[in-house]
Each structure stands twice: as structure tokens, then as C-alpha cells.
Design a protein around this ligand. Structure first.
Ligand SMILES: NC(=O)c1ccc[n+]([C@@H]2O[C@H](COP(=O)([O-])OP(=O)(O)OC[C@H]3O[C@@H](n4cnc5c(N)ncnc54)[C@H](O)[C@@H]3O)[C@@H](O)[C@H]2O)c1
Length: 250
């Protein structure tokens, strides 16, 4: 398969949360391959450092817990000082741990939103002045088709993803005059190491396969391809949308 190259991405600075593994790792690699300078944060220091070392020039990593707002803000500031003003933000981090709603304490609910929702807003506000000064930018908030489907046992995750879709719309409206675009990107079930380890059993995959139009597995690269398009000038008149990449599940 041969995928697109986007000349407008060359030299841009992208900031990606949760970039050390899973789909985030593929975002980091794909944006770097387009000639972007890529800053990314993650809890997993070893994996993040190894990825940054593998990519070499133009890659910047810091171990950061995105639930710590001050640490996330500082990482964004320091990444911009190292690489230049950030004009692409990929809010990718999430935690899809299952939990029955009736057994979820107020603290657990808050912790769920702290990882799945809050960093999207905090990072967007942190990059806003840089994008404004640069004459524009693109924010991609990674959501999920689960915001549309509402499966059980994922209450904080699903609520956060629904909020991300709405947040994308309101920020798109508020910042559009500065050519700052904000879109949600909703994957279907993507084959990542974590999904394979925890949830993607042969039975679950057979069930999924019955419900989708396209029977190939969705790979992280399929989501990265959509993120590249949303970040590039090719989508310059697209904002406030929810782009769904789900093999036709919804
Ligand atoms: N994989 C799927 O099937 C699927 C489907 C729909 C949506 N999504 C969305 O795609 C995005 C990426 O999903 P994924 O499957 O690659 O997830 P993942 O769990 O495999 O990776 C998430 C990354 O974020 C990091 N992380 C977690 N908590 C963190 C914290 N507090 N601070 C910093 N880093 C932290 C993890 O270390 C990991 O590297 C998420 O927004 C997810 O909701 C994934």
C-alpha cells in the first residue's frame, strides 16, 4: 500500500499525547516521516525514550502524566522552546479500563475524566497562543465510535469521548477566525498491543467482523492517515467535524 505525502506538514511542529505506544506511537512515526518535528509525552519513559532515539533529529520526548495539568502545560512550553511553535496538536491519550457504572466512586469517575477528557482542553488552551501567533493550526481530538454506540462498562470513557466531540465543535467555532481548526477523529476497533492483550479475543473479533462493512482489521496506520489529513492544509476548510474511521461499523 502507498499512502500520501503532505508537503504542508514538512517543518511543522506537532505535539502528541500518549505517543509512546499504541496508536499514539504510530502518530509519532507518521508525523515524523512527513518531515514534522514531533514532541510527545507519555507515562512510559522507556518506550518513549526508545522511540525518540529511533527517530533521531526532530523528535522530542518527555515522561509526563497528563493528569497533572501543570506538568502537561510545562511539557508543551518546553517542547515549543526546543522545536518551535506548535501548530499541530494530537490529543490522543486515553484509558479505556472497564468499570461497572454502579460500582464507580466519585473519585474513580474524576480520575477517568482526568485522563480521558481534561488533557484535551488543557493542551488546546496551552497551544492556542502559539497557533494564533502562527496564523493558524490544527487540533485533532482522538475520540471513539463508543461515544456514538455507548457500550456498557465504559461510563467515564464514553462520557469523555462524547464531551470531546462537543468540545471540538465549540473550540472550532471560538477559534475559527484565527484559522485554528479543531476536529474529532473517531476510530473503530483498532488492533493495538493493548487491545490484543486485554480485549481482542477471537470471539470478540468474530462478533465485530459481523457488524462491519470492511472485514480487514483496522490498523493504527489507518487512524494516523486520517490524522495526517486533518493536520495538513488539504483539510483547511474542515473544522468542528467528527471523522469516523471504523470500517463501516456505525
Ligand atoms: N485502540 C482502539 O481500538 C481505539 C478505538 C477507539 C478509540 N481509540 C482512541 O485512540 C487513542 C489511542 O488509543 P490506544 O488504543 O492507542 O491506547 P493505548 O492505551 O494503547 O495507548 C495510550 C497511551 O497513552 C499513555 N498514557 C495513558 N495514561 C497516561 C497518562 N496519564 N499520562 C501520559 N500518558 C498516558 C499510555 O502509556 C499509552 O502509551 C485513544 O484516545 C483511544 O480512546 C482507540
Amino acid at each position: 500500500m502507498a499512502f500520501a505525502t503532505y508537503p504542508s506538514l514538512s517543518g511543522r511542529v506537532a505535539f502528541i499525547t500518549g505517543g509512546a505506544s499504541g496508536i499514539g506511537e504510530t502518530f509519532v512515526e507518521a508525523f515524523h516521516a512527513q518531515g514534522c518535528k514531533v514532541a510527545f509525552v507519555d507515562l512510559q519513559a522507556d518506550a518513549g525514550e526508545a522511540l525518540a532515539a529511533k527517530l533521531g533529529d526532530g523528535a522530542w520526548f518527555r515522561r509526563c502524566d497528563v493528569t497533572d495539568a501543570a506538568a502537561l502545560q510545562a511539557a508543551i512550553k518546553d517542547a515549543a522552546a526546543a522545536l518551535g511553535p506548535i501548530t499541530v496538536l494530537i490529543n490522543n491519550v486515553a484509558n479505556d479500563t472497564r468499570h461497572p457504572a454502579a460500582e464507580t466512586t466519585p473519585d474513580a469517575w474524576r480520575r477517568g475524566l482526568a485522563v480521558n477528557l481534561d488533557p484535551c482542553f488543557i493542551a488546546a488552551v496551552a497551544v492556542h497562543p502559539m497557533m494564533q501567533a502562527a496564523g493558524g493550526g490544527s487540533i485533532v481530538n482522538v475520540s471513539s465510535i463508543n461515544a456514538l454506540l455507548g457500550p456498557a462498562d465504559l461510563a467515564t470513557y464514553v462520557a469523555a469521548k462524547g464531551a470531546i466531540n462537543s468540545l471540538s465543535k465549540t473550540l472550532a467555532r471560538e477559534w475559527g477566525a484565527d484559522r485554528i481548526r479543531v476536529n474529532a477523529l473517531s476510530p473503530g476497533w483498532v488492533v493495538t498491543p493493548r487491545q490484543l492483550e486485554l480485549w481482542l479475543t477471537p470471539e470478540a473479533e468474530a462478533e465485530w467482523s459481523k457488524l462491519v462493512a470492511l472485514k480487514d482489521r483496522i490498523q493504527p496506520r489507518d487512524i494516523a492517515n486520517a490524522a495526517l489529513f486533518l493536520a495538513a492544509d488539504d483539510s483547511r476548510m474542515m473544522t468542528g467535524q467528527n471523522m469516523v474511521v471504523d470500517a463501516g461499523r456505525t
